[in-house]
Structures are given as C-alpha cells and as structure tokens.
Design a protein around this ligand. Sequence first.
Ligand SMILES: [Zn+2]
Length: 217
Amino acid sequence: MGAPEGTDTLNELAFTLDHCEAHETAAEHPPVPEEVRSAIRTLLRWTGDNPDREGLRDTPSRVARAWKEYCSGYTENPGLHLRRTFSEVAGYDEVVLLKDIPFQSHCEHHLAPITGCASIAYLPRHRVVGISKLARVLHGFSRRLQIQERMTSEIAQCIWNALQPHGVAVVIEAQHGCMTGRGVRTPGVAMITSRMLGCFLDDASSRKEVLALMGRG
Ligand SMILES: [Zn+2]
C-alpha cells in the first residue's frame, strides 16, 4: 500500500502554510512598543501569575498583536465598502438580506468577547451593493470596542447613508463573555438588538416581512 491519495498535496499545503507563516512573521508583525508589553506584564502579575515564567514570556507581544487584530476596524471606514453599487437590477425591488453572519467583537466595559450573528437587510431604492459588502460593514464595526446596541445602530445608519434605500433592518444576537464567564455567569444567554430604519420602521407589514425572512417572524 502506498501513501494515501492526496498526501503529497497535503504536504505541499503544509509547507506552503509554514512558509506563509514565516513570511508573515517578518512582514506583518511590527515590533510592539515596550510600554505596551510592559502594561500586559503588569496585568499578568495583577492576575496572580508570574510574567517571567517560560510560558508567559512572549505573551505580552502576542496579546498586543492580537488586540491590534481584534480592533482592526479602527483603521477603516466601513462605509467605503458600499461605494461601489450596481444599478442594473432588472427591476428587482424586494428585500436583500444577508442572514446569520457570524462575527466577534469585544465589549468596551470589560474587553470581553462578544460572539454572535447578525442579519442585515435593506430594501433597495435604485441601487444594490455586492452582497459580501454587508458583511464587510459588519466587520468594520465589530472589530472595535463595542456595546451591542451601538454597533447595531451604527451598521444600520452606515447602510442607510451610503445606499439611501427605502429601508434598513439589522438584527444582532450575541453572547457576552462578560456575562457568561464572569459576573452573573449565565452561559447560553443571548442578547438581541435590532435597528429598523425607513419602511421597516414606519410600516408594520414591511417589518413583519423582513423579520420573517430573518427567521424571527
Ligand atoms: Zn462587558
């Protein structure tokens, strides 16, 4: 029996991934300022651990880079993802919905993870946008320190301003690490927020329709 089919390809893939990682380390990992590393060392000591032990030695740099990534939304303007629109919609004038888009954010009160799903819908007036752009808008806002209520309304307002549609509906369901892992410690409890604009705010039947499409009817 020879090697299972596909092994070579897997090895090649593993090599490519290793290679990419090494490359990334050099190119995409800017040095972390000493004051940032020192702040994380202080936090580690404060928790009761020893920042000098082997397992924690590189943790301050890793944590610092991870936080830059969690908060990469600060370096972008989410509305720019909606600049390119399409007017050739062949008369389509119904709801466009991107449903259950997973996201991760962090709460601004505890820096604890917020994990959940967002459903984003709009009723186009004349123009539509590439559907993946709605997810990009979500991530532009979620990759910041947030509270769920503000994030929900920021996403809705951004789409409203950029596309000037008949209506926008955003519903977010998420779990908050600061509630599941500390404080009242209630795993499994989700928080739901929604923001409706235009026809979804003013017209009960439009709102009912979009909520039904989101599976929340
Ligand atoms: Zn919190």
